[in-house]
Write a protein that binds this ligand. Structure first.
Ligand code: ZN
Ligand code: ZN
Ligand code: ZN
Length: 337
């Protein structure tokens, strides 16, 4: 099959890695981002030649907001389209084989930026309690909106904090991708839930971790945070709502508020313990029109170490801090009701 864009991605394109079975988004437009290839530094350095596009007063630097939260005249949380989208358009997921090892697909979808706060120097751990609730409500509302689009199947919400975690701007923000396919990490988790005998994998995890107790670092009536038994990286945390629900966007407000507060508390404790370490928050929720078996959750992956050749080559992680030690250091006083 001949095509004039073979080998050159003019628009975003998905390509299948036949060795790993993983899809790759080829998105050359993202290389046009300011400072896309800046040499790593400990802090996300500010480019002082241009104002921060996410600060109040510079709203015109982004496309018009899709949603804002807060009192009239001022915003507290703002959702804007990503200027350099990895996914865009209404194209359905259609796979084309250009040869035995050249499999590609269209990458329709949505790519949005969620500005977590008007304050440039804030981070999740520094947000007010009310603000964490607004951020979680914004996540819920946007995913709900994505779920209405028939060509989309799944929304991935993430927050990258710090250069080492992939953040290209200092101002605290997250990203939301509405995707036309279910990505492999999520599909693998779905398969693990399906294979887990008897009951729900994460409901069982909550029970088992609470029974042992010493890997639990935060708990209230609605949410539990553990350094999981199987932690692959130092100070890894898993935030699990107690109520069994496959979908973040269908969870009651109280659960979302509790998860936002738990993240604030645990990220604050992490910062107190090891300083301003970079981290990734990854929100995993079931694909929209799929219910069971799944239990939504949030991964917290601090970037305390770098994934090196052995990990990349084998998929086997080497964790230099055992989760029992990590939990002991991170543990908070359980809030009294
Ligand atoms: Zn800013
Ligand atoms: Zn469950
Ligand atoms: Zn997960």
């Amino acid at each position: 099959m001949a095509g004039d864009d073979v080998g050159r991605a003019q628009v975003n394109q998905l390509r299948l890695d036949p060795l790993s079975g993983r899809w790759v988004v080829v998105s050359t437009i993202r290389a046009e981002r300011p400072a896309a290839f800046v040499v790593r530094t400990t802090q996300v350095q500010e480019d002082t030649s241009r104002p921060c596009p996410f600060c109040p007063g510079h709203e015109e630097a982004s496309p018009p907001a899709l949603e804002t939260y807060g009192p009239t005249g001022a915003w507290l949380v703002r959702v804007v389209p990503n200027l350099y989208p990895a996914f865009s358009g209404d194209e359905p997921f259609v796979v084309t084989n250009r040869g035995p090892v050249f499999t590609q697909a269209t990458a329709g979808g949505i790519h949005e930026v969620l500005i977590l706060s008007p304050e440039h120097d804030a981070s999740w751990s520094m947000l007010s309690d009310e603000q964490t609730g607004l951020v979680m409500a914004a996540l819920r509302d946007r995913i709900e909106e994505h779920s209405q689009r028939p060509t989309l199947r799944y929304s991935q919400a993430i927050v990258n904090s710090g250069r080492e975690a992939g953040a290209s701007l200092e101002h605290p923000h997250g990203q939301l991708m509405g995707m036309s396919f279910v990505p492999r990490e999520l599909a693998e988790e779905q398969a693990r839930f399906a294979r887990f005998a008897g009951s729900c994998l994460l409901c069982t995890t909550v029970d088992a971790e609470e029974a042992e107790g010493y890997r639990v670092i935060y708990a209230d009536e609605r949410v539990v945070v553990v350094c999981p038994f199987w932690s692959a990286t130092p100070y890894e945390m898993l935030v699990i709502p107690r109520a069994h629900s496959p979908h973040l966007y269908r969870s009651p407000t109280e659960d979302l508020v509790s998860v936002g507060l738990a993240l604030k508390a645990c990220l604050g404790q992490l910062r107190d313990l090891i300083g301003d370490v970079a981290y990734n928050l990854v929100f995993h929720s079931a694909p929209y029109r799929v219910n069971e078996p799944f239990h939504w959750h949030v991964h917290v992956w601090p970037k305390a170490t770098t994934r090196a050749g052995f990990e990349m080559g084998t998929g086997v992680a080497i964790n230099i801090v055992n989760p029992e030690q990590a939990a002991e250091q991170l543990r908070l006083a359980v809030p009294t009701a």
